[in-house]
Design a protein around this ligand. Structure first.
Ligand code: GTP
Ligand code: MG
Length: 671
């Protein structure tokens, strides 16, 4: 027996789904969190004696059966075509008139509907009363007050769902038989439906606080969404997130963790004392050392995940969208893009997927393509490592790379706008402002632990294998003999990476070790740290005795042999060139076009290269007074890439002019 969970965005569907199934799917306090269908069996205690297994199907939020965005069409498609046995319609009880529009459409499908008047706790606090008995009569279906966050009313909802499932449903309002392609007729029909819904709401609801009254929440919103103050507050909030996770609390815990890892590594080395040097190197340095170096940074990432989960839960994200909207509009994006960008600071894959909730196709693709310029959680170890080794652990480094990421998003968006002719297209922006609430520490902790688990699994699988492969490739030469000391350049790894390293000379880090790290970084960005640990034979980058990241920073910096300008260039190259393969896969499915995908990858490659070139060369001029090595070849490469971009812009503009320009002229002449 399948029971669908449908309703407006942010009404609490996923919270209810999690409560009934024991899952921990992503919940957040803004519209558009769930972007795909999720299924899971309902716990026995809620199955209210049903003989068959009950399957809950969580769906993305939708305002109506006529979808505007890809994720809305998943919902309407499912309830229309997949015949669930019953629909639980989760209605945000604080926003009845908006929600019932969709309810009346669901009631027309002939599938039994149970209305869960969710968030009824908020109504209680605000003194809003809803006559559920009367509402049930008007709608012709059971109406039950629920609070998903505390499971109130859920047993009753399930009882009704089980007893009604498979039976029919009589609709209280039937849409007239109209031509759905006739926009005027559809609009008129929608207006009639609204009138019907408002009539019901007028009868069943009594409010203490009227919608037009200003509440405390409105006053807070006035400040948080203010054009100037809003941006300053947002910058301060994000800075605090990075500062706490990467400079304060994160490193403190990391230090303790690394102590354990080092002890473990010592123990493994002890066990292997009498075995072959290759085996020792592979197990103790390659696997334990490499994976340990990556896991050592886990606390930084975890603290960050925790803080972002708190931000998601309190209702602030939607406000940030509003603040950023006018700025993003200028570059052809919309305020909604900010949510994918913030999610990407955790991981690029859900970040890219979150772009699905943006209506305009061009904006959606631009967002998916640019999201990974925001450094993700896997890049934190890389940032922290370079900051510690070359810049004394300075927190300006991480702040800088996030701001450069934002700047690149703006520049990239401007470029896409140029290429796709944004001036010919219009878009609009609707963002609902959800209620503020005190974020749940428990939920944030769960979300953090879930992500930490994924990070550890990744370290123990992909990263472990990569490190082992790197270790083997650097231990042997092509004759499959062990490489002797001083002959490291002849290893398989070195000979493969050297041609790539040549390309990196104008960026200041044209050595095979850095090239190898960048290449393994495409498999997973943590690999940059793992590979550097393996190829340079270093292990823990966090020094336990000095309670600091790489207490032996000077020594490590010497081993790497980079100037500070080259180090910063190397860091930025690893951050802004294309993300890991998994994120590229997500880009592929969201962009839905090979042209856009390759355009995106090309843009990322060109951007990463150019930024690294500029940072190294300008940095070298500032510090030494003359340009760095490989300046001219690098300049030629960068100019060639720029020329290609200019050519694409000119060509596409000509095409657009032919397509739209004529149209505009015609329109102008007629007027
Ligand atoms: N006060 C209160 N808050 C709730 C209740 N149910 C859910 N919430 C909160 O509402 C917000 C949205 O919850 P979700 O479960 O993500 O909503 P959703 O309907 O799945 O949203 P989308 O996936 O975006 O369509 C979260 O912050 C929840 O904690 C409730 O009964 N009472
Ligand atoms: Mg949801």
């Amino acid at each position: 027996m399948r029971i669908a969970f449908a309703g407006n965005p942010n009404s609490g569907k996923t919270t209810m789904y999690n409560a009934l199934t024991g899952k921990s799917e992503h919940v957040g306090n803004w519209a558009g969190v769930t972007i795909g269908k999720k299924e899971s069996p309902i716990k026995k205690e809620f199955s209210s004696g049903a003989l068959e297994e009950l399957i809950a199907v969580d769906l993305p939020g939708a305002y109506s059966m006529s979808p505007f965005t890809p994720e809305e069409s998943i919902t309407s498609g499912f309830v229309r075509n997949e015949n669930p046995d019953a629909i639980i319609n989760i209605v945000d009880a604080t926003n009845l008139s908006r929600s019932l529009f969709f309810t009346t459409q669901l009631l027309e499908l002939g599938i039994p509907v149970i209305v869960a008047l969710n968030k009824s706790d908020i109504n209680e606090k605000q003194g809003t009363k809803i006559n559920t008995k009367l509402l049930a009569e008007k709608l012709n279906c059971p109406v039950i007050e629920t609070v998903s966050t505390s499971s109130k009313g859920l047993s009753e909802v399930m009882k009704q769902a089980v007893s009604l499932s498979g039976k029919g449903q009589k609709a209280p309002y039937l849409q007239a038989d109209i031509d759905m392609t006739d926009k005027k007729a559809v609009d008129a029909e929608d207006r009639k439906r609204f009138a019907f819904v408002n009539g019901i709401v007028g009868e069943v609801e009594s409010r203490k606080i009227l919608t037009k009254d200003t509440t405390k929440q409105d006053q807070v919103d006035r400040i948080l969404t203010n054009k100037v103050a809003g941006i300053i507050i947002f910058a301060a909030v994000m800075w605090a997130v990075f500062w706490i996770s990467q400079s304060k609390v994160g490193p403190l815990i990391a230090d303790w963790l690394v102590g354990w890892i080092e002890t473990f590594q010592g123990w493994v080395s002890g066990l292997l004392e009498n075995t072959s040097p290759f085996l020792q190197a592979l197990l103790a340095d390659g696997i334990v050392g490499g994976v340990g170096a990556v896991v050592g940074f886990l606390p930084l990432v975890m603290v960050m995940y925790f803080l972002i989960a708190l931000l998601e839960d309190c209702g602030y994200m939607a406000r940030v969208s509003v603040v950023m909207d006018p700025i993003f509009k200028r570059v052809g994006l919309s305020g909604k893009s900010i949510i994918p960008f913030i999610i990407t600071t955790g991981c690029g894959i859900p970040g890219i997927m979150a772009s699905r909730t943006i209506r305009d196709e061009r904006e959606r693709r631009a967002t998916a393509m640019l999201a990974t310029f925001m450094p993700c959680g896997a890049k934190i170890p890389v940032i922290a490592l370079f900051a510690a080794v070359f810049f004394g652990g300075a927190s300006w480094v991480s702040t800088l790379v996030y701001f450069v990421g934002i700047a690149l998003i703006f520049l990239g968006a401007l470029l896409i706008k140029q290429i796709t002719g944004h001036k010919y297209r219009k878009s609009f922006f609707i963002m609902e402002l959800p209620e503020y609430k005190i974020p749940s520490l428990k939920r944030a902790a769960f979300s953090m632990l879930g992500r930490a688990k994924a990070y550890i699994i990744k370290a123990a699988t992909i990263i472990l294998v990569c490190n082992a492969v790197v270790q083997i490739m650097q231990s042997f030469n092509w004759q499959l003999q062990l490489v002797e000391e001083g002959m490291e350049n002849t290893s398989i790894l070195a000979t493969i990476a050297t041609p790539f390293a040549v390309l990196l000379i104008p960026l200041g880090f044209g050595v095979w070790q850095m090239a190898a790290a960048a290449i393994t970084g495409f498999i997973a960005k943590e690999n940059v740290v793992g590979t550097l640990a393996v190829v340079y034979g270093l292990s823990a980058f966090i020094d336990t005795e000095e309670l600091a990241l790489t207490g032996g920073a000077g020594e490590v910096a010497m081993t790497f042999g980079l100037t500070s300008a080259a180090a910063l260039a190397c860091l930025m190259f690893n951050l802004y060139t294309p993300p890991c393969f998994a994120a590229i896969g997500a880009m592929n499915s969201e962009l839905g076009s090979k042209k856009w995908l390759w355009g995106g990858i090309g843009l990322q490659l060109a951007t990463g290269y150019t930024v690294a070139f500029l940072v190294y060369q300008v940095g070298t001029i500032i510090t030494t007074g003359s340009v760095g090595v490989g300046f001219f070849p690098g300049l030629i490469a960068v100019l060639a890439m720029a020329a290609i971009v200019v050519m694409i812009v000119i060509r596409s503009n000509r095409k657009l002019e032919a397509e739209f320009g004529a149209l505009h002229k015609k329109g102008g002449a007629a007027a």
